[in-house]
Design a protein around this ligand. Structure first.
Ligand SMILES: [Zn+2]
Length: 293
């Protein structure tokens, strides 16, 4: 830094220094361990299904205003597919063998961005902190528009009956949080506390430029669009079809959103396809410390 800049800074308040400093990206993402198998493998996965290198193992439908869960073995692919009309999904995922390890939305946001797309990974919570899954294809690939809105956000949480109650003074049992909770309790032996912050699949959101408030726009998803993931370890995944439909109406703001079912497809890759490129399941953090205790 030149001495004249130093001189200039001496006379500035901390606030003024902050205002004049350009944003500093917190995490040097390029220093993260490279994807096992390499970028070429992940690029090839985008067309694995259409090229016949992956076969359909299981298919299910999430009914409107409800949730479904499914298991995906390490090295398998799954898709959430828009089958009937514009609809968003709130997705949770856990280590299949240890539900204490789960998707960590806020760290994923810090590492990647406010909205995820092809190549981004879904990281797990501490003390595990490893990729649970990688997004192999996002057919929407919306990017960011003039309002700063993007698709597949990790900035919002899920709609829930507690906030709904505060806003409307009514009880409603089909918010995404309740849909995920019901499925977790009925089908997966989990409890409400296991439901966590979601990946908002197909949802178009941002923060307003003037007041920095969370906003939504009608989802751009069209029939045939999908988001596809590679399971980097054995997973239990669950997703809710949001009662807000394409989220073109404000939460608790009245109106009757149109809600569609969504499709889920699970694929098995050709035997050895991943391993030939050097891929192997992700491993938990090697942090060996005890937090200084
Ligand atoms: Zn919802």
């Amino acid at each position: 830094m030149s001495s004249s800049v130093e001189e200039e800074k001496k006379d500035l308040s901390r606030k003024e220094i902050t205002r004049r400093t350009k944003p500093i990206t917190c995490y040097a993402v390029e220093k993260l361990p490279p994807k096992l198998g390499g970028e070429e493998l992940y690029t090839s996965l985008r067309t694995a299904v259409s090229d016949g290198r992956a076969t359909l193992l299981n298919k299910l439908e999430i009914p409107p205003r409800d949730a479904k869960s499914w298991k995906v073995k390490s090295g398998q692919l799954w898709r959430i597919v828009c089958t009937h009309g514009p609809q968003v999904a709130d997705m949770n995922c856990w280590n299949m063998h240890n539900p204490q390890e789960r998707f960590y939305s806020s760290k994923t946001r810090q590492i990647h961005a406010t909205h995820l797309t092809t190549g981004d990974r879904l990281w797990s919570n501490m003390p595990y902190l490893r990729p649970l899954a990688t997004i192999t294809e996002d057919t929407i690939a919306y990017g960011f528009d003039e309002d700063g809105a993007g698709v597949h956000d990790v900035i919002g949480s899920r709609c829930d009956p507690y906030t709904h109650r505060l806003l409307t003074n009514e009880d409603y049992n089909n918010c995404c949080h309740s849909n995920l909770t019901r499925t977790a309790m009925k089908d997966d032996g989990l409890c409400e506390m296991d439901v966590h912050d979601v990946l908002n699949v197909f949802m178009c959101t941002g923060f307003t430029r003037d007041t920095n408030q969370y906003f939504t726009k009608p989802s751009p998803v069209e029939v045939g669009d999908y988001i596809e993931f590679l399971a980097e370890t054995d997973l239990l995944v669950s997703a809710s079809t949001c009662p807000q439909g394409d989220v073109s109406l404000a939460c608790g703001g009245g109106g009757e959103p149109v809600v569609y079912p969504l499709g889920v497809e699970i694929y098995k890759l050709e035997d050895g396809y991943l391993e030939r490129s050097g891929w192997s399941p992700s491993v938990v953090s090697k942090y060996a410390g005890n937090h200084g205790l």
